[in-house]
Write a protein that binds this ligand. Structure first.
Ligand code: NAG
Ligand code: NAG
Ligand code: NAG
Ligand code: NAG
Ligand code: NAG
Ligand code: NAG
Ligand code: CA
Ligand code: CA
Length: 591
């Protein structure tokens, strides 16, 4: 089936080779562009970025000490994964106090200092906002367990049922994301509570206006501390369907995808995800940010939303005809749009084209595209797309029109480290068993950042770090790559500089596949230089003629080459005869 689809796509492309696509808002091109529209966002997983006090765990002072590195990368805004008080059942996505900092990461003072120092360097700070759930150690939950006034319905509680043999059974068949029932019995309250993630992550009840107001207070609190916006976690889970008039929640239908009844993909989540109420909630948060800016001034505050939902639902987060939504609903097509097992090491050029067009063709007009290649939940890009394609993926992220969102370490080509069962820390792994955890674990992409080839990769003075360090740090690290004449990092820096050209900031894009091997992308703007990204995505050499498909002619000048290319900057490329070695990727400019 997939073969047929890509064949049809190739035929369509052959007939209409220059699929022109504008990744950014036409009406806002030129002067009206806002700071975020061609920004580089950089995701930091704080636990693994930099340890300032030798306890083997990254922290806020560590991040502050490395802001110059981010400045040198010309990062526009840094998104920090959760840093709030947490028992760390899900490494900070289980928040015990939405208004304070996890002690092992530092204090509110350390946070204020981080924002201040970042702002001095022109860097904005974005926080992770985790609206769907809190920790069971949050005061709100404890009060709700005790049915304290005002907190009775802060979470989703239910008596459950007695089955025919008189045993207590949960209110519905709903499953949590980390395996097993989404309902947990609470002895003290004598009711079940809903947790769409871990048992220690009870879902807040968005049907309760007091909860909605409380979470808006959380946003305002951090805006007051100077953040430039929020990345919103796990958005599609916020609302669940209302119970029927007898108080019963409907069971979800079986998906047929797996026989494992504990696996969340055993069910189709038609009652627990992607509800319309959730979209409206995002619009309300956007309004809060805009109102805040109107009152307090400063640059536009932004929202980035995380939703692994069908594209038509994801696109709704941009807003509708009357109401603004998130500026950047995350585009996960490079993660979900390839092969279903996410092993894209053999993905042909048409697969890349399909991924790119799936976003650009479905994005409502007047909005800005964004490109996410990975994050702390996914295998590293080099491990998913193959190490030969590390630079290519960075090139795509920087070259395609719109916002780039880099997960820390991708700029130096960090790859997954296999973590043993004993060393596993992720609840998604630990809730399974030693035989199957590798399917679920998210630890391999969370290992400490590799700063140098000195002890512990320069991450910590402690030789015991919370997750082991990838032994490849000896060669894959910032210090070594900065000193090299050519490395993943020097190439990334070249891409950053290229991004500053008017063509890349404001130009149109067209793109196509030539055979299985060649992915060809053109960026162009009237009166400016034209740039071409020409990539051989497979491991056999080819020669391509891109002149007709990209509507270009003559000679181009080589400006950036990947690690596997033997070309040099300044080499002349004739667009009707471009030999490309295995996995070679180059960017050339018109002369
Ligand atoms: C080093 O890290 C380990 C494990 O994280 C910890 O138990 C130990 O106390 C740390 N050493 C120092 C000096 O902080
Ligand atoms: C009732 O639930 C209990 C506990 O889950 C289970 O062991 C038992 O088989 C169930 N009985 C029936 C009749 O479904
Ligand atoms: C847009 O969204 C708002 C807020 O959810 C809603 O009230 C309005 O009806 C929607 N408009 C259209 C045209 O869908
Ligand atoms: C992906 O597929 C390639 C080629 O079939 C294989 O060599 C590699 O081990 C696979 N990688 C993963 C992470 O499954
Ligand atoms: C980052 O920006 C500064 C000033 O805008 C510039 O001098 C520097 O070359 C840029 N770095 C890169 C990698 O483009
Ligand atoms: C990419 C990402 O942030 N994923 C998070 C989604 O939400 C769950 C629950 O909060 C986390 O476990 C994931 O890490
Ligand atoms: Ca530390
Ligand atoms: Ca929910």
């Amino acid at each position: 089936m997939r073969k047929i689809i890509s064949l049809v796509l190739l035929l369509a492309l052959a007939q209409q080779p220059s699929l022109a696509c504008d990744g950014t808002a036409r009406q806002s091109s030129g002067d009206a562009r806002e700071w975020w529209q061609s920004a580089q966002f950089y995701q930091i997983y704080p636990r693994s970025f930099m340890d300032s006090n030798g306890d083997g765990i990254g922290d806020l002072a560590g991040i502050t000490s490395r802001l110059n590195y981010l400045k040198d990368l010309n990062v526009t805004a840094v998104w920090l994964s959760p840093i709030y008080t947490s028992p760390m059942a899900d490494f900070g996505y289980d928040i015990a106090d939405f208004f304070d900092i996890q002690p092992e990461y530092g204090t509110l003072n350390d946070f204020d200092n981080l924002v201040q120092e970042a702002n001095k360097l022109g860097l904005k700070v974005i926080l992770d906002f985790v609206p769907n759930h809190s920790s069971d150690e949050n005061e709100w939950f404890k009060k709700s367990v005790r049915r304290e006034r005002g907190y009775e319905d802060y979470y989703v509680w239910h008596d459950g049922y007695k089955n025919e043999s008189g045993a207590r059974v949960p209110p519905s068949n709903w499953l949590q994301a980390f395996r097993g029932s989404a309902w947990e019995w609470n002895e003290e309250r004598q009711q079940y509570y809903l947790h769409q993630f871990a048992v220690k992550q009870p879902d807040l009840n968005y049907r309760n206006p007091a909860v909605v107001a409380q979470m808006k207070r959380v946003l305002t609190y951090w805006l007051d501390r100077g953040v430039a916006g929020f990345r919103v976690d796990a958005v599609p889970w916020c609302f669940e369907v209302l119970p029927d008039e007898t108080g019963r929640y409907p069971d979800e239908p079986l998906s047929g995808y797996t026989d494992d009844p504990d696996d969340s993909s055993y069910l189709l989540h038609i009652y627990t995800q992607d509800l319309p109420e959730t979209v409206d909630m995002v619009y309300q948060w956007r309004k809060l940010l805009d109102d805040y800016q109107r009152i307090h001034g400063g640059d536009r505050r932004v929202l980035l939303t995380e939703a692994w939902s069908p594209l038509d639902y994801v696109m709704k987060f941009y807003g509708n005809r009357t109401t603004e939504g998130a500026q950047m609903p995350f585009n996960f097509q490079f993660i979900v749009g390839g092969n279903s097992d996410k092993n894209n090491t053999d993905l042909p050029a048409s697969g890349f084209v399909k991924i790119i067009s799936s976003w650009l063709d479905n994005m409502p007009s007047g909005h800005t595209a964004n490109w996410v290649m990975g994050n702390h939940d996914q295998r590293r890009v080099g491990s998913r797309y193959g190490e030969g394609r590390i630079d290519l993926m960075n090139m795509l992220q920087m070259f395609l029109p719109g916002v780039s969102i880099t997960y820390m370490g991708e700029e130096i080509g960090m790859t997954d480290l296999d973590i043993s069962w004993e060393d596993s820390r992720d609840p998604a792994a630990c809730n399974s068993n030693a035989n199957i955890y590798e399917q679920f674990t998210r630890d391999p992409a969370r290992t400490p950042f590799q700063w140098s080839n000195t002890a512990n990769a320069g991450f910590s003075t402690n030789s015991t770090t919370w997750l082991p360090i990838n032994p490849n740090y000896v060669t894959v690290n910032v210090q070594t790559e900065e000193a090299a004449s050519k490395s993943h990092l020097t190439i990334y820096n070249q891409l950053v500089a290229l991004r500053k050209t008017k063509t890349l900031q404001q130009g149109d894009a067209s793109y196509t596949a030539i055979g299985d091997n060649v992915l060809a992308i053109k960026r162009f703007l009237k009166d400016e230089k034209t740039y071409l990204l020409l990539a051989n995505v497979l491991d056999s050499a080819v020669t391509a003629d891109v002149s007709d498909v990209l509507r270009v002619s003559g000679n181009f000048n080589t400006v950036i080459t990947n690690m596997l290319s033997t070309r040099k900057e300044g080499d002349i490329v004739s667009v009707n005869n471009v030999p490309l070695g295995a996995y070679e990727a180059i960017i050339v400019e018109s002369m």
